[in-house]
Design a protein around this ligand. Structure first.
Ligand code: IVH
Length: 691
């Protein structure tokens, strides 16, 4: 599908979106409506969704996660958040050290070496030991208030231990733990969604979610690496330490997560050795690093040295070399995914890439293989971009002997021999045989997996055995398994069989989002399942939803909506729902389903503008959505209310022009309260604070 016209369209879309983003976020002067912006974004997502190999780290889709429709409140950093100069080789590092020695008039200065975390910078403000704000770096001067999201990171203390200064800001890096990142990308791939190109973008996307519950589901983590500023320190108890190493220990005592890998060194040689050692060890830790940071330890030295532009002279990032290697591509094999997509992958002569042995690499699809002109037998360049799943970058043409063979997708499914089809506009070739064993196996594996029905003890191997033995033919079959038959299986036994039966029983009460995800609907991954669960409160209501109803959900586009409708229109799939129901699997949410009991804001569209007093932007969004309302960022004729705070700007004018009602935040809360809907309980206070 990725022909020239598509690529042109893709580039054009990115260019347009970037320009509009800039106008909107930086200039605060949008030139198109938000709906028009969303449409551009949806088009881009559709192209990338159909061919994930087109996703690049700088694509606007990677920056914002999915559907951006609202803004966070801007934060002006009391002290700018700086960036770092880079050194890529020993000579550049030595030059930095020499300059430092000249400025300090000595070369006897200690330095702290620490891993450079590949995530995104965050500033955390604490007042009287309580977390009051989390802000992104933004452009260094202005960032975004992401406090509700930061609160979901479990290693960010909400209250500090000990006696911290009355006000202080610490800085660090929020990152995606490697295991969580791999899991999420695998899940996205399964759901047919484009994978995140690197953990940095994924972390940024997660942190900038308007719905903190999504951030929470992403399991982000943080390392604190710097003291921003303090205020009101007085008395010996709160006196600030004088070196970076001491500051870190001090912050650690407050309960902040400080990386224990930080090491004090006295010479450049030791710094080199640290760099070297990390290069070898980086694959062992659960976070991604792209180099080390070397900082001059004494804070008075730091102050003396100052900055050039946005970069301190007292610190430098000493980067790791690019992670590429060359090896021979032995064979191209196909894995049939659970949606029937034929996924080609390269079998490689094993090669070390940044300390990890790579044997296989993904190849996306036939077009991608052709575009890169990758042939079987080629010497290829393999890369682990941001340490994600290895990719074949392309052939090393110089090694060609002429014996290399261009690749052609098989015409039949390698598992069931059904002729494969490639639908108009789709990058993937698919096996459309719903009974295909390979698909059945993948679907079953997915159904029992962790984010889905989470049946402990039913792993990949057993799933294969159950299918082969004919014990399970479809999902409901799992709930008909009998103890005696299981116990008789090889490598089973009485006890494991009993445990498995218990685990299957327990899986009947999984959260609704997990059940929806387990069904394996095309394009519906964990996150979309979460949205659907919240909106419909039950599988049956979801199954009955119309295309338009689905599309009206923030974060669901036409492609996904169509896939959901098609899924439940299929008789086999509908029967599976009935049988799961009959087996006692709970298909309803614990929470009151939003469509069953009418909500005060059901079907109402809101636009929020200006600074509010009781709510942050994220909070007011959540408040409205929890009550059944929709939040959009541009005023249109469809808007029901504009909620205006201080300095509302052009959106209030838009409302006036279009005859849309403008209300204040007090009226918003009133709207949700019993005066309007007498049978409902009193609306909670927006922040839901417990004293
Ligand atoms: S210190 C003034 N230490 O790298 C110095 N930064 O490329 C501020 N980073 O914006 C940064 N790990 O987001 C420092 N151990 C570490 C770091 C680190 C990652 C990030 C940080 C910074 C970027 C600059």
């Amino acid at each position: 599908m990725a022909d020239r016209a598509t690529i042109r369209r893709l580039n054009k879309l990115r260019e347009q979106i970037n320009a509009h983003n800039h106008r909107y976020h930086t200039l605060d002067d949008p030139s198109i409506s938000d709906a028009a912006f969303d449409a551009l974004m949806r088009d881009l997502l559709a192209i990338e969704g159909a061919d994930p190999s087109l996703v690049t780290p700088d694509s606007p889709t990677q920056r914002v996660g999915s559907a951006p429709s609202e803004r966070f409140v801007e934060v002006v950093h009391p002290q700018p958040m700086l960036s770092l100069a880079n050194a890529f080789d020993p000579a550049e590092l030595a030059a930095w050290h020499k300059r430092a020695a000249t400025l300090l008039e000595t070369d006897a200065f200690a330095m702290v070496c620490e891993p450079k975390i590949d995530g995104l910078a965050i500033a955390l403000t604490y007042e009287d030991g309580r977390l009051v704000r989390g802000a992104t770096r933004g452009d260094g001067t202005r960032g975004e208030d992401v406090t509700p999201n930061v609160r979901t990171i479990r290693t960010v203390p909400l209250v500090l231990a000990g006696k911290p200064p009355p006000r202080m800001e610490v800085r660090g890096e929020v990152y995606f733990p490697r295991d969580a990142f791999d899991r999420m990308n695998a899940e996205r791939a399964e759901a047919g969604e484009p994978p995140f190109a690197n953990p940095r973008n994924a972390a940024a996307g997660a942190l900038r979610q308007l719905d903190p519950r999504i951030t929470a589901s992403r399991r982000l983590d943080v390392w604190i690496y710097q003291l921003g500023w303090t205020e009101g320190s007085s008395g010996p108890a709160t006196r600030e330490p004088t070196t970076h190493a001491q500051v870190m220990a001090w912050l650690g005592d407050f309960g902040l997560r400080v990386n224990p890998e930080m090491t004090l060194v006295d010479s450049l040689d030791e710094a080199e050795a640290y760099h070297e050692a990390w290069l070898g060890r980086r694959a062992e830790v659960n976070y991604q690093t792209d180099g080390i940071v070397i900082k001059i330890d004494r804070r008075d030295f730091q102050r003396h040295m100052g900055f050039v532009g946005r970069e301190p002279r007292w610190a430098i990032a000493y980067k790791f070399p690019a992670e590429q290697a060359t090896t021979r591509l032995l064979e191209i094999r196909i894995n049939v995914g659970r949606t029937g997509a034929l996924n080609p992958y390269a079998v490689l002569e094993p090669v070390q890439v940044s300390g990890v042995t790579v044997r296989q690499a993904s190849l996306h699809n036939e077009d991608d293989i052709r575009r890169k002109d990758i042939r079987v037998g080629d010497v290829v360049i393999v890369e682990r971009a941001g340490e994600v799943i290895p990719q074949v970058v392309g052939p090393a043409i110089g090694y060609r002997t002429g014996a290399e063979v261009p690749y052609k997708m098989p015409e039949r499914c390698p598992s069931c021999n059904t002729p494969v089809v490639r639908e108009e506009g789709e990058a993937a070739h698919r096996c459309v045989n719903a009974r295909c064993e390979a698909q059945r196996y993948e679907r079953l594996k997915h159904f029992v997996s962790r984010g889905a029905m989470d049946i402990e003890g039913l792993g990949e191997r057993l799933a294969g055995v159950l299918l082969e033995e004919g014990l399970v033919k479809d999902f409901p079959g799992i709930y008909r398994l009998e103890h005696a038959r299981l116990a008789a299986l090889e490598r089973m036994g009485e006890k494991s069989a009993a445990n498995l039966i218990a685990a299957i029983e327990a899986s009947k009460r999984r959260p609704l989002a997990a059940v929806i995800s387990a069904l394996g609907i095309l394009h519906v991954g964990g996150e979309t399942a979460e949205l659907l669960a919240r909106r419909f409160g039950g599988v049956r209501r979801l199954a009955a939803a119309a295309q338009e109803e689905l599309e009206a959900i923030d974060g669901i586009g036409p492609v996904v909506a169509r896939a959901i409708v098609a899924h439940f229109e299929n008789e086999g799939n509908a029967r599976i729902v009935d049988e799961l129901d009959a087996a006692g699997v709970r298909l309803e949410s614990d929470e009151a389903p939003p469509t069953a009991t009418p909500q005060p804001f059901d079907g109402l569209r809101f636009v929020v503008t200006g600074r509010l007093e009781r709510f942050t932007r994220a909070e007011v969004g959540a408040y409205i959505k929890e009550r059944g309302g929709l939040v959009s960022s541009g005023v249109s004729k469809k808007t029901d209310y504009v909620v205006a705070g201080v300095d509302p700007g052009s959106k209030r004018d838009d409302a006036e022009r279009l005859g849309v009602a403008t209300i204040g935040e007090a009226e918003l809360v009133e709207l949700a309260a019993p005066a309007v809907e007498p049978q409902r309980p009193v609306a909670e206070p927006p922040r839901g604070e417990t004293p």
